[in-house]
Design a protein around this ligand. Sequence first.
Ligand code: CAO
Length: 546
Amino acid sequence: MTTLKIPDLGGPSQVEIIEILVSAGDSVEAEQALIVLETDKATMEIPAETAGVIKSLSVKVGDKVSSGDVFGELDSDTADSSPSASESEDTVDTEQAMAADTEKNAEKSVEKATPASEKTEAVDIVVPDLGGSEQVEVIEVQVSAGDEIDAEQTVLVLESDKASMEIPAGQAGTVISVAVKTGDKVSAGDVMLKLQPAAGNAVSAENNAVESAAPEVAPTEKAVQTTVAATAATATIPAADVRSSAAEVHAGPAVRKLAREFGVELALVKGNGPKHRITKDDIQHYVKQRLSAASSTVQTGAGIPTVPVVDFAKFGPVSESPLNNIKRATARAMTTAWLNVPQVTQFDQVDITDLENYRKQQNDRYARQGIKFSIVPFVLKAIAKTLEDFPVFNASLSADGEKLILKQYVHIGVAVDTPKGLLVPVIRDVNQKSVTQITQELTDKAELARLGKLPLTDMQGGCFSLSSLGGIGGTAFTPIVNPPEVAILGLSKASMQPVWDGSAFVPRLMLPLSLSYDHRVVDGAEAARFGQRLVMYLQDLRDVLM
Ligand code: CAO
């Protein structure tokens, strides 16, 4: 029989038990976590030192314990062969190790794992190039001190307004310590962890390590690796239950590991433990719920029915083409938008005959400077003016849906068709810029987007979007609102139309407008008024250009 004792906690006493992971009668493995403690600063799991069967537990959730306190008895498989907990010097799963903030203990565990003959110098692994983005928030740290990791293994998940990025280690080895935590903001070059390189993968000089450990993360493709937010999952979970970022998730390492194994995004799981902490039971419950929702969907008609899986090869030859990261990110964003925003599209036509004449004059005038105006910058100016007149279109719903956040700035995203997919650079302060400035900025940003070099920050902060398919064709389409924005304007191809002027049909150049809006925020009448004001400004640009 072995007495279960709290090991040396490295300082703190009277630490609260927040979770008991086993019951009397359970068989446990050596190293298996038995109870979870939590101080103000860290969560720690107290493991079994030997395998055996739990005979009794003398503590409950909420109790406070200190080093050496007895918390139960274990019928040990190797009775008497193990030292008592307070004597154990090999125990690394104490607060220091769990909090990953004492390198000493972690190094001790690394030493155990690395034969002396293979030992190499520890290296710093730094955050790679984030495509120009800086101070990007860490929403998840996926490794802990003592973990053995592969070069491709994700270390951090970062999240900006626009995208989530998984940052790989770039080098295999054993983690000695992790230098960042959830909620920190990081930039390229910041140290994220100290690593003992795996044998045969040694890089002795720190600088070398920095280079080899900093895989390039291009801003628009590699970086836009979306986390497994499972669009279908978000759709069927009530919005109130979905925390906005993984940074708010409260869960211990074992729970995080379990979630990773199941591919569960912790932000979607409701925590029922103390202080809304997510427990293993919560993960299991979530997975069961998801599985039963998936199987009951078809019968009951509730939730999102899944698309049937079809073996297309039964009907003829097929080949597969994997979607790149931009297309996958777009798919996720579109599904999120489609499932969350009840949207309506309002159609209009505007007579741009005068605007077209003016545009041509300006093109002649600016030809020597190499500036070519298309219709898009003029429309952007007219939108900015209309947004100032109708602030509700320049707003976002708060996360709880209780209020509108009205923006005092006018930043407009413009959809750009690139070889790798759709990207949306944002032109800031459109209301304060001239058509010439907007033309130059849009040309530059569209070019960068097409080259895959547009920084992530240039795709953030939009209040409204414009999608122009006028250069290609079509008479109308229904653009999808890009939440948290509340509206988007689509432009189709302008064409000459016979227009009745009161006494005769006259040929006029008519531009089709498609305004999609979030009907939770914008009423139909407001949308019609917005459309009419935009038409007015585009028919006579004098008010806009003043
Ligand atoms: N009606 C008639 N002609 C139009 C027009 C319109 N509404 N809009 C553009 N044109 C003309 C332009 O004047 C230009 O003709 P010229 O070379 O003879 O002057 C030609 O079509 C090509 O224009 P463009 O599309 O290359 O340039 P733009 O400034 O009008 O648009 C941009 C810039 C970035 C919006 C555009 O290039 C683009 O990428 N559009 C696609 C957006 C997209 O994919 N939307 C879908 C998103 S949701 O899936």
